[in-house]
Design a protein around this ligand. Structure first.
Ligand code: ADP
Ligand code: 5GP
Length: 202
C-alpha cells in the first residue's frame, strides 16, 4: 500500500491511524539523509543515514526506490519491505510521487493512494499548524503543483477531510483489493481441483 500526498496532505497521520486501526498493516521504515526532527526516533520514523551511507546503499542495490525531495535523499530499503511481507502483513509506504511510480512499475500489484486535503486553505493551515516556517510552506506548495499533475496515475484518491474517515477509506481500499480475483487465484485453483477429484451424484 503506497500512500503519497503533497507535503501536509496527511501521509504521516493517516499512516499512524491505519496502523492503529488494522493489524494487517505494518510500516516499512525508509531511510533519509535529512536531519532528525524533534520527537522522531531512528528506526521508527526513518533510518537516518549520512549522504555517504545512502550512496553506498544505492550502489549496492539495497534500495527498492529512491528520490531527492527538498534537497535530501530518501529511499526504501528492500529489506524493510521484505521483513513486513515475510510476516504476512501489508507494507505501508508513505513516499513521494516519484517513488510511488517506481514501486508501481516494479510491482504492478502494489496499490497506490493519493491523499488530498479538502482544499488549499486547509492544506496551508495544516502546514502552519505543524510549525512549518512561511518559506517552507511556499516551497511545499510549489512542489505540490508538480505532484498533483501526476495524481491521475494513482489507483485511488482519498480526500483527507476528517482524519478518521480518511483512515477508514484507505483500509476499505485494502479490503477491496484483497478480494480481487487476480489476488485469489490459488483459492479458485484449489476449488477447481476439489471439483475435479469429486464424484458428484445428483
Ligand atoms: P504529511 O506527512 O503528508 O506531510 P502530516 O501527516 O504531517 O502530513 O499532516 C500535516 C499536518 O496536518 C499535521 O500537523 C497533522 O496533524 C495535520 N492533519 C493531517 N490530517 C488532518 C485531518 N484530517 N484533520 C486535522 N488535521 C490533520
Ligand atoms: P519528510 O522529510 O517531510 O518526512 O518527507 C518528505 C517527503 O519524502 C515526503 O513526501 C515523504 O513521503 C517522502 N519520502 C519519505 N521516505 C521516502 C522514501 O523512502 N522514498 C521516497 N521516494 N520518498 C520518501
Amino acid at each position: 500500500m503506497v500512500i503519497s500526498a503533497p507535503s501536509g496532505g496527511g501521509k504521516t497521520v493517516v499512516r499512524s491511524g491505519l496502523l492503529k486501526l488494522d493489524k494487517r498493516f505494518a510500516f516499512s521504515v525508509t531511510c533519509t539523509t535529512r536531519s532528525r526532527r524533534t520527537g522522531e526516533i531512528d528506526g521508527r520514523d526513518y533510518y537516518f543515514v549520512t549522504v555517504e551511507q545512502f550512496r553506498r546503499l544505492r550502489k549496492e542495490g539495497k534500495l527498492l526506490e529512491w528520490a531527492t525531495v527538498h534537497g535530501n535523499y530518501y529511499g526504501t530499503p528492500v529489506q524493510s519491505v521484505v521483513r513486513v511481507l515475510e510476516k504476512g502483513r501489508i507494507p505501508v509506504m508513505t513516499i513521494d510521487v516519484k517513488g510511488a511510480h517506481s514501486v508501481k512499475r516494479l510491482f504492478p500489484e502494489a496499490v497506490t493512494v493519493f491523499l488530498l486535503p479538502p482544499d488549499l486553505k486547509t492544506l496551508v493551515q495544516r502546514l502552519r499548524g505543524r510549525g512549518e516556517a512561511p518559506e517552507n510552506v511556499s516551497v511545499r506548495l510549489e512542489t505540490a503543483r508538480s505532484e498533483i499533475k501526476v495524481a491521475a496515475r494513482f489507483d485511488y484518491l482519498v480526500i483527507n477531510d476528517k482524519l478518521k474517515e480518511a483512515v477508514h477509506e484507505v483500509a476499505a481500499i485494502a479490503d477491496l483489493e484483497t478480494r480481487k480475483t487476480g489476488r485469489n487465484l490459488d483459492k479458485v485453483k484449489d476449488f477447481g481441483s476439489q471439483l475435479s477429484k469429486a464424484k458428484i451424484k445428483l
